[in-house]
Design a protein around this ligand. Structure first.
Ligand code: BDR
Ligand code: CA
Length: 323
């Protein structure tokens, strides 16, 4: 699975903002978003999820420093819309990014709140921008409520979250949606073009032994750090989910922007369960349109494993040579 360069260079790069909660897979999503020539990363915003807001913001700045990512970074919501707060120590460790020593951040934190940085970047950009969310949807929902006049500047919202089958935080709720179901509800009802990248597809993006072997071959400081992070992630995934090859969820939401054929999707109706005592936070994905509701979301269901990993590994190679 060696590089498939060149990527189409006659097309303009897709402008995007990444809202994330790093997090092991978020860190890799940052690298892919910043180091693929088909994308133009405008900014990174953080949201509490895998760790509290201070931790994930520090992690985002450290990963940006490590991987030569030089874009504005702004801190966002520290709690869900209804005030809930939780950390995913069982999967991502105490720091939310355990497993390797990361550099002290050299990238300054923006003085703007994440929601205001998103507004500024959208207002300033000459074309509509894609928002990619790889954490709870709190910042995105707040943005839609606070800046409705900028909706037309969003070309699409792609989010990692939900599932057409079972969950991972509860039997039916996936972690990002579970953390802030009300925010997911605002996004799903927004009327904007939406793509959901849920567990159905991200559980196919496994960090297998041959993928680890390709990372070992790179022998860069960056690849060594990533191996440390992913070994930690593999250990917790094995302990909690009996999955020795961990799924690299978040970069799938970036990869599909670069090449739509990385996933196979269906355009269907998706709603989020807000009240079920056992099912709160579940995404109800109506594949066969049994409810007769209008389709509102493109749902990625299948992954082209080789295409995905070619993009991801190329980005890690490119990042390692950036100063
Ligand atoms: C999602 O939850 C987080 O732990 C990961 O970073 C990913 O965004 C997977 O359910
Ligand atoms: Ca995440």
């Amino acid at each position: 699975m060696h590089s498939l360069y060149p990527y189409p260079c006659d097309m303009k790069p897709i402008p995007l903002i990444l809202d994330c909660d790093p997090g092991h897979d978020d860190a890799l999503a940052m690298i892919l978003a910043a180091h693929n020539p088909s994308l133009q990363l405008l900014g990174i915003t953080t949201v509490s999820g895998n760790g509290g807001i201070a931790k994930v913001t520090l992690n985002a700045r450290r990963v940006a420093t490590l991987a030569g990512i030089n874009v504005p970074i702004a801190e966002g919501a520290g709690k869900a819309i209804l005030g809930a707060i939780e950390e995913a120590h069982d999967i991502h460790g105490e720091s939310a990014l355990d497993g390797a020593e990361l550099p002290q951040p050299k990238i300054e934190l923006s003085t703007l709140h994440a929601v205001d940085l998103i507004a500024k970047l959208l207002a300033e950009h000459p074309e509509p921008v894609t928002l990619v969310a790889t954490g709870p949807l709190t910042n995105i929902a707040l943005f839609l409520k606070m800046y409705p006049q900028l909706k037309a500047q969003i070309s699409e919202i792609v989010f990692m979250g939900g599932s057409a089958s079972r969950g991972n935080r509860t039997p039916y709720a996936e972690f990002n949606i579970w953390m802030d179901p009300e925010a997911a509800d605002v996004v799903l009802r927004s009327g904007l073009p939406l793509t959901m990248c849920g567990l159905d597809v991200t559980h196919q993006a496994l960090v297998t032994k041959p993928i680890f072997a390709q990372l070992e071959e790179m022998q860069s400081e960056l690849s060594k750090t990533i191996i440390g992070l992913l070994k930690f992630f593999a250990k917790t995934y094995d302990e909690v989910f009996e999955m020795p090859d961990p799924p690299l969820h978040d970069p799938v939401a970036i990869a599909l922007l670069i090449d739509r054929s990385v996933v196979k999707s269906r355009f269907v109706n998706v709603q989020v369960e807000l009240s079920g005592p056992l099912t709160r936070g579940a995404t109800v994905v109506d594949i066969y349109n049994r409810l007769g509701e209008e389709a509102n979301c493109n749902v990625a269901l299948d992954l082209d494993f080789n295409k995905f990993w070619t993009l991801m590994l190329d980005a890690i190679r490119a990042a390692a040579t950036t100063k």
